[in-house]
Design a protein around this ligand. Structure first.
Ligand code: NDP
Ligand code: X2W
Length: 353
């Protein structure tokens, strides 16, 4: 595909956090132009009234999904709640089969339909499209993303957890089964709609675990780790926590080394694997990354540590949930799908402090 003109982009769910983040990032994208923006409760309103920080941009007004003309866009990003996207994408692709779609929801992430039904509580509504969907963890599945029409963009916890673990399992340096992932998220991970559990009073000055032992990202992580393990099924322990910050994910993974390996071999493996990757940075051995270092950026930073318990090591990974965990990775995938510069629109440096 060659673009002498700009790529026209439609954003479904533009009034949500990931939608607004797509607009912020696309504003600096040299090849993209926004064609339409949809909303549900906010349909009919100006983006400037929904997000004042975007008020100086020349943006189309928010429309209801039913009003969108799919043919106006080359690429459609779907930032809708999971469970609402399968039917919509089916409709888009039946009316505009040439469209490229990046779905930020969980609707097209799980290749096994039974696993999807088990974790999401209903049968998949577009199984024929799931069969062609590519899982968009870009650094791992870049070649498949390049040829895809439909990409299921990974979840935020799953991006942070899988980027350090997949290369180590592929290389046979850690035991694939029984990895323990302890993850913390900022509150924007839960979206913008009002929920009592996300009130300032319920979040600030404390932290809590949720969905302990049952969070749906466990099966998405297991899908990736199983593939890395040559298809031999693995199970992981995963516990998410909500912490009083707006953006960021920090995942601490406790792993068991195989054979006579050491944490140094893990560090060497990850450093080599991600050496030429623009968005993954492996810290010097023993240096811990912090969420503030990736805030507003498409970066994932990974720290590798020895554990004082013999035969074990600890990995710490950080991302911004709204960027590498959602909208940034979605744009990275669009760039790969269209053969654009992979970093286009995505070379922000973190705001610090
Ligand atoms: N937030 C994050 O860090 C991450 C989110 N995701 C996933 O991305 C998707 C979007 O997340 P996020 O932006 O945070 O969510 P928000 O709740 O902030 O936004 C949801 C968007 O979808 C619209 N919407 C809601 N229900 C419907 C409906 N029935 N029909 C049409 N439009 C609807 C909303 O419109 P309106 O506001 O006008 O009602 C809003 O624009 C979700 O699937 C989420 O799980 C993935 C990775 C990270
Ligand atoms: C803090 C918070 O609530 N986070 C969300 C995950 C957001 C995300 O990345 O994942 P999905 O796209 O799979 O929803 C949750 O735990 O459900």
């Amino acid at each position: 595909m060659s673009f002498t003109e700009k790529v026209k982009v439609g954003v479904l769910g533009a009034s949500g956090y990931t939608g607004a983040e797509l607009i912020r990032l696309l504003n600096l994208h040299p090849n993209a132009e926004i064609a339409f923006l949809t909303a549900n409760r906010f349909a009919g309103q100006r983006m400037a009234d929904v997000y004042p920080h975007l008020s100086h941009l020349d943006l189309p007004d928010l429309i209801a999904i039913e009003e969108a003309d799919w043919k106006q866009a080359d690429v459609i990003f779907c930032g809708l709640p999971h469970g609402t996207t399968q039917e919509t994408i089916k409709q888009v692709l039946s009316e505009a089969p040439e469209s490229k779609i990046v779905d930020l929801s969980a609707d097209f992430r799980l290749s096994d339909l039974d696993t999807y039904a088990e974790w999401y509580g209903h049968a998949h509504q577009a199984p024929e499209l799931q069969a062609e969907a590519v899982y968009g963890l870009t650094e791992i599945f870049r070649d498949a993303v390049a040829g895809a029409r439909l990409v299921g963009n990974p979840g935020c916890y799953t991006t942070a957890a899988q980027l350090p673990l997949i290369p180590l399992i592929e290389a046979g340096l850690i035991e694939a089964d029984g990895v323990i992932i302890d993850a913390k998220s900022g509150v924007t991970g839960a979206g913008r709609s009002e929920k009592q559990a996300n009130l300032h009073a319920e979040i600030s000055e404390g932290m809590h675990a949720y969905a302990v032992g049952t969070h749906r990202h466990a099966c998405e992580i297991e899908q990736g780790l199983t593939l890395a393990n040559g298809g031999k099924a693995v199970m992981t322990c995963f516990t998410p926590h909500l912490v009083p910050m707006n953006r960021g994910i920090l995942a601490t993974s406790y792993v068991k080394l195989t054979g006579a390996e050491s944490h140094e071999s893990l560090h060497a493996c990850l450093s080599e694997r991600y050496d030429s990757e623009p968005f993954v940075h492996v810290m010097s051995l023993g240096v811990a990354p912090a969420t503030r270092e990736v805030r507003g950026t498409n970066q994932c930073r990974i720290g590798v540590f020895a554990d004082r318990v013999p035969g074990r090591a600890i990995l710490v990974s950080v991302i911004d949930n709204l960027v590498k965990g959602a909208s940034g990775q979605a744009i990275q995938n669009m760039n790969v799908m269209l053969g654009l510069e992979e970093t286009a629109g995505l070379d922000q440096v973190a705001m610090f402090p």
